[in-house]
Design a protein around this ligand. Sequence first.
Ligand code: ZN
Length: 174
Amino acid sequence: MTIREIVTVPAPVLRRKARKVTDFGDELQELVEDMIETMREAPGVGLAAPQVGEPIQLIVVEYAEPEENEEESEKQKPPRLYVMVNPEITRFSEEKEVGTEGCLSIPGFAGNVNRPVEITIRGLNRRGQPMRVKAKDWLARIFQHEIDHLEGVLFTDLADKVWKLEEGEAPPLD
Ligand code: ZN
């Protein structure tokens, strides 16, 4: 496994529409492993293939959802890893919420983005089998952010407010 270099703006690959994956062979499997490592090392909660210079429809997401039980609200569930190929959002909730996002490809900036709170995503797993994810709150936001990357869309395109982070200030979400 290799930590890949994360490309940053204004790299043209970040603005291209990523192509669909049709080959689930060794090359894809290696890229999946590298992207997981790269996301964890960054650290980030999601990464899209164009961010490591590969213009294909592949994302990885790893996020620990907060406990739903209020007494347990301080604790977090163990992080869950998602690898999704050719993802497509098939349902958006009408309800939207503004949240603060950052991006590993736009270091040092954050912005407020209004997004649907709940979504359903259909796609394929790393072996090419169909999968479906229902996501809400932060997990839904992460998926939308990563899937936007596959369209060449960055959070700064959607944010109604973007600002520079202070030196050493951690981004709210990658
Ligand atoms: Zn990003």
